[in-house]
Design a protein around this ligand. Structure first.
Ligand SMILES: Nc1ncnc2c1ncn2[C@@H]1O[C@H](COP(=O)(O)OP(=O)(O)O)[C@@H](O)[C@H]1O
Ligand SMILES: [Mg+2]
Length: 267
């Protein structure tokens, strides 16, 4: 059992998920503290996106529990998940904007579907969200004309437009250069503070993790390998954690590489 945080808003316990013979989550115990930023790190393919999908009920566990406040959301049927999902904003890895709609219509989309606001109120909310992500006045732009970083910011405005309690970020900096990544990191921190959000960020971007995390978690083989404060991670001497943070492969991983043609001559 993971230590119980004084104020966890979400919690998974003993979470297991396999796809055929591929055991992805192998008894994951994890808590997410309210109004704080938890970063879940781990190499590609270790199950970070699979974990996030359990938090919004897009996947059901083979075993284990998913708690949101005092409700077991893994037991709630798809048709009844709406009220919970409305409290959660999701920034998908691909950004996933509708290119057939303007920026404004993209951000307005959740409001049209899920709120009772009038058209004027919705337009005001859209403007406010675009300001919060540093893209004011871009309502009439076509998303296809925006850069990767700008698209992420619009997707972020859309993720927070219903004023959720929790925002889930799946690899928010993938495909962005370091400067654009830094801007997204700054936005995640600012929004968390301004809206008192609970942010759950999954990433393999170590620099981003240290920039935004109140609490850090490293997954390994479907379980929590280490969790703690950024300072705990900065100072740990645990070899597997250091290798991950410093981006070094294990000797076994390096031995698995085939020689590159011409390598012998270079040596
Ligand atoms: N719907 C699915 N069907 C089958 N395999 C899946 C599915 N979703 C994820 N996987 C597998 O689960 C593992 C973890 O995937 P994922 O959570 O996407 O990793 P990451 O940590 O990079 O986000 C991978 O081996 C992936 O191929
Ligand atoms: Mg992923």
């Amino acid at each position: 059992m993971a230590p119980v945080l004084p104020d966890a808003i979400m919690r998974v316990e003993g979470l297991q998920k396999s796809f055929g013979p591929n055991e992805v989550l192998r008894g994951l115990d994890l808590e997410f503290q309210r109004a704080a930023t938890t970063v879940v790190m781990g190499p590609s393919g270790c199950g970070k996106s699979v974990m996030l999908k359990h938090l919004i009920g897009l996947l059901k566990p083979d075993a284990g529990e998913v708690w949101f406040d005092n409700e077991r959301i893994d037991l709630i049927r798809e048709a009844n998940l709406g009220p919970f999902r409305r409290r959660i904003g999701f920034l998908f890895q691909q950004g996933a904007l509708f290119d057939s709609m303007s920026v404004g219509a993209n951000v307005d989309f959740p409001l049209r579907e899920h709120s009772d606001l009038t058209e004027t109120e919705r337009a005001e909310r859209v403007e406010k969200m675009l300001e919060m992500v540093g893209m004011p006045g871009t309502q009439d732009r076509n998303p296809a004309t925006l850069s990767g970083g700008q698209r992420k910011r619009i997707a972020l405005a859309r993720a927070i437009v219903l004023e959720p309690d929790i925002v889930l970020y799946d690899e928010p900096t993938t495909g962005l250069d370091p400067i654009r990544s830094d801007i997204i990191g700054e936005l995640i921190s600012r929004l968390q503070k301004a809206l008192q959000l609970t942010s759950i960020v999954v990433t393999h971007d170590v620099q981003l993790s240290f920039r935004i995390a109140d609490r850090m978690v490293l997954l390994h083989e479907g379980r929590v390998h280490m969790q703690g404060s950024p300072d705990n991670f900065r100072t740990t001497e645990e070899p597997a954690v250091r290798r991950f943070l410093e981006g070094r492969a294990t000797p076994e991983e390096l031995a698995g590489l085939r020689p590159v043609e011409g390598e012998e001559k270079i040596q």
